[in-house]
Structures are given as structure tokens and as C-alpha cells.
Design a protein around this ligand. Structure first.
Ligand code: KIV
Ligand code: ZN
Length: 518
């Protein structure tokens, strides 16, 4: 009987984290992993355990806590990588080791600097090593789409004999075109002995903007595992966007006729969460999850949609989990309205959490005419961070002045372990002045390595989120802050990064525990 079940491997936490300029803490990875579990992806590639102690810990924690998905760690074809991957995931209910090794002539010659026979032997011996630990082994020939076909078939046949259970054809540099990718996958199925006994998977990058098209073509050509990332984040131009592939398959079931285990209503909350945590904004016109994906501007379209949504919509926004915005939240709104909207946005809160967030909501609603979904997400982010963050100092007050003829000057008042302290500083701009004033109070000295105004909710009275990365003695710490005022948001972000630095210093000075910078 034909196998019509397509499985999804989400690699937001591994390939997604390879996006330039992002880094996630262990807690943030866990938050995303739990949302992926709600989304019901089949396999979560939780990280690359051997790449750093922090990644090992994050993979291991996810393997311990997330039970409704398989948990996988990436490993190079190195014995130590495979051993580390297994150590990190062996507690999972359904662990998987994912071994990769370059197969294209360009990579073999210029990167691995080995001959083809050596590479072939390495692939086999490392799959055997992984198999010694774990029954479920995925093998990816890296840069498969630029590999000499016969060498690729030979390698795949050899690793299947060695025990690989999933073969992942990696379009590492986004070189494939749907028609030639289809041919390659058909040829693999015709020429590789044993392929019918394993899962054929694809992993498409988006360098030519074709990652989703190639993934959909792969399903038609017989692939039954698709890899990708939420919001299409990842190396360079990113990976295939999982939400687009899933909704393509869902909306065109008539063509694909496949089954999936995905809860599509969790796609929008997943997209928002990944965007908030990574700081990578989702473009407004992005399919499925963009701000404008279900908005109709022209009169003709609006007329059609008012009469019947299907005139100009191929899918129901509710199916993707986009909340319907019929309820406007503002200063007259009550707790129930707030709770209901937060639930639509994917938050599950206790009574106490609702009470806390309601307080902050009221303060914000006093400043803003309308509190939007983005504002609520930022508010929730702040609440959560404040609840979980190591806090030595909190911001009591910040005052600054600047202008084209003024020297930017800031005064800050902080609550610290020794009570309230105030100090002031000038700077080359108001943000610089605020950070220097904070340094003067705390006695800290750091280098600002990244400053990012990440998301601005709608309207002139919007909230801005600032992410800051600081460096001290070779370690980097990030902090985020949100406010209707960008300079205040910057002060919060800087203080949160400095608090993390102080917590790491405390840990380093206590003999029992080591410190792990993010
Ligand atoms: O793009 C790629 O080739 C990868 C492999 C590790 C699967 O990410
Ligand atoms: Zn990749």
C-alpha cells in the first residue's frame, strides 16, 4: 500500500539558529521546542550537541522534557560528534542521530580535502557508529544536488546498508530547480538499492527562492520527510519555510493526497514566537503568517471578501491560527477580553499570570489608544523575562535630553542590592548616555556589540523592542527591553544584559557551578 504520510523535521533550533546575527538561550530554545510539540511536528532537530556545551545542554533538556516528538541532534561524521549527540538525546522517548557528510566534488576536494573513497568509508563507518547507539539514524549527503549522481547513489546505498533509516537529500546551497530536483529524486528511487526500506527526505535552502517549491516537488516525487524552519529562517537566504509547505499540502490536498500529523492552527503562534525570540521580523507580505497575508486593500477585493471570503482567500485564516481581530483592546477592556485575546495568540496563563499581565496592560492602555496583538506579545515577553531573569538591578527611572544642539545627557535611578542609586552621564546619543549612566551606577564596563530595534507595533504610539548584545571579558550577553519609548526600551535591554553578566560572574565565583554565556 502506498505510504501517504508526510513527516516534518523542524530544524529551527539548529539550521534556523545558523541565521546570521541570531543566538538563542537554552530557555528560549525550550520555549520554541514546546511550541513545535504543540504544532505536532514529527521530529525536532534540537541542535548540534557537539558544537558547544550550551547547545549540548539545550538538546539534552529538550530531550528530557519534550515527549510528543522525536528529538534529534545533528552530528558531523566525527566519532566525538556522534558520541556527544547520543549523550545528549539518549533520554528522549524517540531519539535520532543525524549524521551529515559532504558528497559533492567541490566540497570533497576543497573542504574535506580527502579522496572520494576516504569520504565513502567515513560515511559508512560513522553511520555504523551512530547505529551502534540508536536505531533511528538519518544520513545527509551535504551538497547532494551538486554531487556527481553515480557517486551519490553509491554513497546512499552504502549508508543504507550500514543502517541509515532516513536518507536526506540536502540542497545545501539552494541550487535545485523543481523539475531537476524531481528527476534527481526519481533517479535515486530507481537506482539506489534499499531506498524503498528507508524514509526519503529533503532539506532545501532558499538561495534561489525555490526552497518551498522544491520541497513540494519532492513530495510529489515521493519524499516522505520534509525538513524546514518556521518563518524560513536559516543559513544565508534561509531554509524552506515550514508553514508554507504545510499549508501548500493542506490547501491542495486535492493534488497531493497526503496525510500529515500537523495541527495547522499552531502555525501562526509558532511564527510569532520564533520572530519574537530571534528578533527576525516576518515581512508583511510573507505567505501564511505575514501581517498582510489575510488583509484585503482594494475595493473590489473587499467587496468580494465581504460577500464570501473564498472569493479572494484560498485558506481560512483560522486554520492557520490567525486570531480574528473583532475585539478592540483599550483602556476600557476587561480581564476577560484580555484573556481571550491572549489565548488566541497561543498563551496559556494561570489566574495569577493573568492578573500580573492585566496590570501591565492597563498601564499600557493608558498610553495607547488601542493595544494591538503585537503590543500584547511584547508585554507577555516582558512579563516572562522579568519572571525568569536573573535580576540584580531594576530600572526605577530614566530621564534623558538630547537634540541637534544639545549634548545627549541621561540620568538613571536603579534599585540594586544596596538600595536605590542614581547617576548621570553624557554620551554620543541618548542611548549611549543611558548605557553609560547605568555603567556608572553599577560599576560595570562592557562593550556594546549589537544594537537592534527589532519590532515596532502598529501606529505612531507603538511599542518598540530593543535587543542589545554586550561583551565583557570575551563573553557575550544579550538583553531585550520594550517600551513605547525607544530610549527607555534601550535602558531596559542594556540593564537586562548587564544583569545576566552579573549572574554569570556570580556563578563563576561560586565553586560548585560553572557559567555558560549565551
Ligand atoms: O544544508 C545542509 O546541508 C544541512 C545539513 C546538515 C543537512 O543543513
Ligand atoms: Zn541546511
Amino acid at each position: 500500500m502506498a505510504n501517504n504520510r508526510v513527516r516534518f523535521l523542524d530544524t529551527t533550533l539548529r539550521d534556523g539558529e545558523q541565521s546570521a546575527g541570531i543566538g538563542m538561550t537554552g530557555e528560549e530554545k525550550m520555549e520554541i521546542a514546546k511550541q513545535l510539540e504543540r504544532l505536532r511536528v514529527d521530529i525536532i532537530e534540537a541542535g548540534f550537541a557537539a558544537s558547544s556545551p550550551g547547545d549540548f545542554q539545550a538538546v539534552n533538556n529538550i530531550a528530557k522534557e519534550v515527549k510528543d516528538a522525536q528529538i534529534c541532534s545533528l552530528a558531523r561524521a566525527h566519532p566525538n560528534d556522534i558520541d556527544q549527540a547520543w549523550e545528549a538525546i539518549k533520554v528522549a522517548q524517540a531519539p535520532r542521530i543525524h549524521v551529515f557528510l559532504s558528497s559533492s566534488e567541490i566540497h570533497v576536494m576543497h573542504q574535506l580535502r580527502k579522496n572520494r573513497e576516504e569520504v565513502m568509508e567515513l560515511a559508512v563507518s560513522m553511520v555504523e557508529r551512530a547505529k551502534g547507539y540508536c536505531n533511528d539514524v538519518e544520513f545527509s549527503p551535504m551538497d547532494a544536488t551538486r554531487t556527481e549522481p553515480q557517486y551519490l547513489y553509491d554513497m546512499l546505498e552504502a549508508v543504507i546498508r550500514a543502517g541509515a533509516t532516513t536518507i536526506n537529500v540536502a540542497d545545501t546551497v539552494g541550487y535545485a530547480i523543481p523539475s531537476n530536483f524531481t528527476t534527481l529524486l526519481q533517479d535515486i528511487q530507481e537506482r539506489v538499492a534499499g531506498i524503498e526500506n528507508v524514509t526519503l527526505s529533503v532539506h532545501c535552502h532558499n538561495d534561489l527562492g525555490l526552497a518551498v517549491s522544491n520541497s513540494l516537488a519532492a513530495v510529489e516525487a515521493g519524499a516522505r520527510q520534509i525538513e524546514g524552519c518556521i518563518n524560513g529562517i536559516g543559513e544565508r537566504a534561509g531554509n524552506a519555510s515550514l508553514e508554507e509547505i504545510i499549508m501548500g499540502l493542506d490547501t491542495r490536498r486535492d493534488l497531493f493526497q497526503i496525510d500529515m500529523g500537523i495541527d495547522t492552527t499552531q502555525l501562526y503562534p509558532a511564527s510569532r514566537l520564533v520572530s519574537r525570540i530571534t528578533g527576525m521580523a516576518v515581512q508583511a507580505n510573507k505567505a501564511i503568517v505575514g501581517e498582510n497575508a489575510f488583509r484585503h486593500a482594494s475595493g473590489i477585493h473587499q467587496d468580494g471578501v465581504l460577500k464570501n471570503r473564498s472569493t479572494y482567500e484560498v485558506m481560512d485564516p483560522a486554520r492557520v491560527g490567525v486570531p480574528s481581530n473583532s475585539l478592540v483592546l483599550g483602556k476600557l477592556s476587561g480581564r476577560a477580553g484580555l484573556q481571550s485575546r491572549l489565548e488566541d495568540l497561543g498563551y496559556t496563563l494561570s489566574r495569577e499570570e493573568i492578573s500580573n499581565v492585566f496590570e501591565s496592560f492597563k498601564v499600557l492602555a493608558d498610553k495607547k489608544r488601542e493595544v494591538t496583538d503585537r503590543d500584547l506579545e511584547i508585554l507577555m515577553d516582558e512579563e516572562k523575562r522579568e519572571a525568569g531573569e536573573p535580576i540584580s538591578y531594576t530600572l526605577d527611572q530614566v530621564h534623558f535630553s538630547s537634540g541637534d544642539h544639545d549634548i545627549p545627557t541621561a540620568t538613571v535611578r536603579l534599585h540594586g542590592p544596596d538600595g536605590i542609586s542614581t547617576d548621570a552621564s553624557t554620551g554620543n546619543g541618548p542611548v549611549d548616555a543611558v548605557c553609560k549612566a547605568i555603567d556608572r551606577v553599577i560599576g560595570s564596563s562592557t562593550r556594546l556589540v549589537d544594537f537592534n530595534v527589532q519590532s515596532i507595533s502598529e501606529g505612531l504610539d507603538s511599542i518598540g523592542t530593543v535587543t542589545i548584545r554586550i561583551e565583557s571579558a570575551g563573553r557575550t550577553f544579550s538583553g531585550r527591553g520594550a517600551s513605547t519609548d525607544i530610549v527607555v526600551a534601550s535602558a531596559k535591554a542594556y540593564l537586562s544584559a548587564v544583569n545576566r553578566l552579573l549572574a554569570a560572574d556570580d556563578e563563576a565565583n561560586s565553586p560548585a557551578i560553572g557559567s555558560t554565556p549565551d
